[in-house]
Design a protein around this ligand. Structure first.
Ligand code: ATP
Length: 553
C-alpha cells in the first residue's frame, strides 16, 4: 500500500464524526491494506509497534521539528516549526502548513540517497524500525537524518499523518473498539471472537491478519503465549455489601501494597512485566531466581511484588517503585530493599490457558504451583460479614493496604475494569461517636483495651450503635488505653463500662437497622479514624443525625 493511500483513508476517518461510519471506514482501510495489514492496524491507532513489543519509538519532538524543517525548505528552521506549533497547537496541522510538495525529493540534489519515488507504507515501517534501533552516540543525528528522508518524500498531507504517527498523536478518532469492530466488519468474523483474540494476544496486527487469513477458527486458535504479556485485569471500588449482594459469597484477598507484575516462566527462564507491560525482569533478580527455582511447570502468573523488612513485614510501596526504576546497582538495591512475590492469579499452567476457569480454581492452581512457598496470596471465600471483617482486620494488622473482594466464579478478563474485582472502598462517611465501653484484648494485647463500644448522643443519654476494632495500630491501642482507663466505671470479665468522655471519629460502609444495639441501628464495617480531641460527648453526633442518614440513603 502506498503511504498516500493510507493517508487518504486516515483523512476520511478523521473527517467522519459518527462512530458507526467510522467503523465502516476503518473496515474499508483494513480490507485495502493487503500485505501491510498488520502495520496499518497499528498505524490507524497511532501505534508504530505492538503494545507488548520491546521496541519503542523513542523520538523526541525536537528531532521531528528539525527533520520537518529541513524538509520544508532552506529558509525553515526548527524554531519556525515550534512557533507555528505554538499558534496552531497540533503537529499535524503544522506539518501540513508547509509546502512540502515543491520541496519533495530535494535530497536527490543534496547527495542523500533517498529516492524521489512514491513513499510506500512498508518504507515508513522500515525506516521507523531503523530509527527505533538507533542507539548510542550520534543517534539523534541519525534519527533526524532518517526522519528527514521520510518527510522529504511526503506531500504536505502525508507529512501531517507521519508527524503525528512519529509523536504518537494520531488522533483521528479511532479507539480500540473501532478497530475491533472494523476487523470484524472487514473480514466477516464476530466482534466477540476478535475481542477475545485481542485479550489473549494484545496484538491488533496479528488478530487482523488471522481474522482475514484464517477466519473465526483462526482467531479461536490464538492463545496466550509465554513471553507475550497480556493486559492486567483491574478492580473497581466497591463495598462488602456490593460484593455479597451480587455474588452471595466473596473471595476475600489481602490487598498488597506493592507493584503489579505478570510473571512468565517458559520452563527455563522467567520474564517479568509491569502493569504497563514493560519488561522489568532485570530489576527483580530475586523474584526471577525464586520463580525459576520453585515453579514446577511453565506458567503465567499475575501478582504483586512487595517490599519486606528483615522480619518479613510489608514496607510501603514507594520502596518497590524504587526497585523498578533502578537500572544500575541492582545488587545493592536488592540488599537495601528485598522484594517478594505475592501471586494472586494463574493465567496459564500445565500447557493450558486458564482465563476461563473460575477464580477459585485459578487460585487452587496457584496453590498447586507455589503453595509450598509464601508467594501465594491469602484468599478465603466467605458470605459472612463478620468473617470478612475479621479477615480485613488481620490484613490491616499485618500492615497491608486492605482487602480485595472478587467474584469466586469469575473469569480473568484482561484489561477490564469490571464488577468482578472490587477494591474495598475507603469509608464514604464518618460519624463522631462516644466511647461507652470496651473489651480487654487477648494474648499479647491482654494489657490493652481492644474493642470499643460506640454510642450516639440522644436528648437524655447515649445509645449504642456498634463496636470498632479495625484500623487501630498497637501503638494507638496503647495510647487509647491510657486515655480511656481513667474513665472506666465498672469491669466484668473482659468487658468494661466507660463513662462518656472520649469521642472517636469512625468510618463505616453502611448503617443498618439492627436489634443488636440499643439505638436500633448498627454500623457495618466500622473503622477507627482518629480521636476527636476537639469534641466532647455533647458535641458528638446525635442519634437524630444517624436517623437522617439512614432516611436519605
Ligand atoms: P487502579 O488499578 O484503579 O488504576 P491502582 O493501580 O492505584 O489503581 P488500586 O486501584 O489501588 O491500584 O488497586 C488495584 C491494584 O491493587 C492492582 O492493580 C494490584 O496492583 C493491587 N493488588 C494488591 N493485592 C491484590 C490482590 N490480591 N488482587 C488484585 N490486585 C491486587
Amino acid at each position: 500500500m502506498e503511504f498516500s493511500e493510507f493517508v487518504e483513508h486516515a483523512a476520511a476517518i478523521e473527517a467522519e464524526p459518527a462512530d458507526l461510519e467510522t467503523v465502516d471506514l476503518v473496515a474499508a482501510l483494513l480490507a485495502d491494506a493487503g500485505g501491510d495489514l498488520e502495520a496499518v492496524t497499528r498505524f490507524v491507532q497511532g501505534r508504530v509497534f505492538p503494545a507488548w513489543s520491546e521496541r519503542k519509538l523513542d523520538v523526541g519532538p525536537a528531532a521531528v521539528y528539525e527533520a520537518l524543517a529541513q524538509a520544508a525548505g532552506p529558509n525553515v528552521t526548527a524554531g519556525d516549526v515550534e512557533d507555528r506549533l505554538a499558534d496552531v497547537g497540533e503537529i499535524g496541522a503544522v506539518a501540513a502548513s508547509y509546502d512540502l510538495d515543491s520541496q519533495r525529493g530535494l535530497a536527490a540534489f543534496t547527495g542523500d540517497e533517498s529516492e524521489d519515488d512514491a513513499l510506500s507504507l512498508a518504507d515508513v515501517v522500515d525506516e521507523l524500525d531503523a530509527v527505533a534501533e538507533t542507539e548510542g552516540s550520534g543517534s539523534d543525528k541519525e534519527t533526524v537524518r532518517r526522519l528527514f528522508g521520510l518527510f522529504n518524500r511526503c506531500s504536505s498531507e502525508e507529512a501531517k499523518y507521519l508527524a503525528r504517527l512519529v509523536l504518537g498523536e494520531m488522533r483521528i478518532g479511532v479507539g480500540e473498539g473501532a478497530v475491533r469492530d472494523g476487523i470484524a466488519a472487514a473480514f466477516g468474523v464476530p466482534a466477540e471472537r476478535v475481542e477475545r483474540a485481542l485479550q489473549v494476544s494484545n496484538d491488533y496486527g496479528l488478530v487482523a491478519r488471522t481474522a482475514r487469513d484464517a477466519g473465526e477458527a483462526g482467531l479461536d486458535g490464538i492463545h496466550l503465549e509465554i513471553g507475550r504479556p497480556v493486559q492486567a485485569m483491574l478492580a473497581q471500588a466497591g463495598t462488602v455489601t456490593d460484593a455479597l449482594d451480587a455474588w452471595e459469597e466473596a473471595a476475600v484477598e489481602t490487598k498488597y501494597d506493592g507493584a503489579r507484575v505478570q510473571l512468565h516462566y517458559d520452563g527455563e527462564d522467567v520474564q517479568i512485566f509491569s502493569r504497563n507491560m514493560e519488561e522489568v525482569t532485570h530489576a527483580l533478580p530475586e523474584v526471577v531466581e525464586f520463580a525459576e527455582a520453585e515453579l514446577p511447570v511453565p506458567a503465567i502468573l499475575d501478582g504483586e511484588v512487595v517490599a519486606v523488612d528483615a522480619d518479613g513485614n510489608p514496607r510501603a510501596f514507594q520502596h518497590v517503585l524504587r526497585r523498578f526504576r533502578r537500572k544500575h546497582d541492582v545488587a545493592k538495591a536488592r540488599e537495601d530493599v528485598p522484594v517478594e512475590l505475592r501471586a494472586f492469579d494463574c493465567l496459564h499452567a500445565w500447557g493450558d490457558d486458564r482465563l476461563d476457569d473460575p477464580l477459585v480454581d485459578r487460585h487452587d492452581a496457584l496453590d498447586a504451583l507455589l503453595g509450598h512457598t509464601n508467594a501465594v496470596s491469602d484468599l478465603s471465600v466467605s458470605g459472612d460479614v463478620e468473617e470478612i471483617e475479621a479477615f480485613e482486620a488481620e490484613s490491616l494488622d499485618a500492615g497491608h493496604e486492605g482487602i480485595m473482594l472478587k467474584n469466586p466464579r469469575s473469569h480473568y478478563s484482561p484489561g477490564k475494569r469490571g464488577q468482578n474485582w472490587l477494591k474495598r472502598k475507603p469509608d464514604v462517611e464518618t460519624l463522631d461517636l462516644v466511647v461507652t465501653g470496651a473489651e480487654w484484648g487477648e494474648g499479647r494485647r491482654a494489657e490493652l483495651l481492644g474493642t470499643f463500644l460506640l454510642s450516639a448522643r440522644t436528648e437524655d443519654g447515649f445509645e449504642t450503635i456498634g463496636k470498632v476494632a479495625t484500623g487501630i495500630t498497637d501503638e494507638e491501642l496503647a495510647e487509647l488505653t491510657d486515655v480511656l482507663e481513667p474513665h472506666v466505671r465498672h469491669e466484668e470479665g473482659q468487658t468494661v463500662d466507660i463513662e462518656p468522655a472520649v469521642v472517636f471519629e469512625v468510618g463505616y460502609e453502611e448503617i443498618q437497622q439492627s436489634p443488636t444495639y440499643s439505638s436500633g441501628y448498627a454500623l457495618r464495617f466500622p473503622r477507627f479514624v482518629t480521636v476527636r480531641e476537639d469534641k466532647t460527648p455533647a458535641t458528638a453526633d446525635s442519634l437524630e443525625r444517624v436517623e437522617r442518614l439512614v432516611a436519605n440513603d
